[in-house]
Design a protein around this ligand. Structure first.
Ligand SMILES: [Zn+2]
Length: 85
């Protein structure tokens, strides 16, 4: 085996480890303070963009997480529904 082959294997293992960590993080929604009062941030979306949570029919609000923007349920943490924006 060449040294390039060894490097490739090492890089692949590193990527797998990072991917597993990313998935772990995604399974626990953020516990930042901003998530506890998402409505009064002056970021209410226009009426035509508002959507309701399919699980509890609360309003979904735009949020920004470590991996980008998404819709989050205003009943968080009772309801942890999220949807990609
Ligand atoms: Zn909900």
């Amino acid at each position: 085996m060449t040294w390039i082959g060894i490097l490739l294997i090492f890089a692949g293992a590193l990527m797998i480890a990072q991917d597993q960590q990313r998935k772990r993080l995604e399974q626990q929604p953020a516990r930042r303070p901003v998530d506890q009062r998402p409505v009064n941030r002056g970021e209410v979306p226009p009426l035509d963009e508002r959507t309701l949570c399919p699980r509890c029919e609360s309003l979904l609000v735009p949020r920004t997480g470590p991996y980008g923007e998404f819709w989050g349920c205003t009943s968080y943490p009772d309801c942890r529904y999220t949807r990609n924006r």
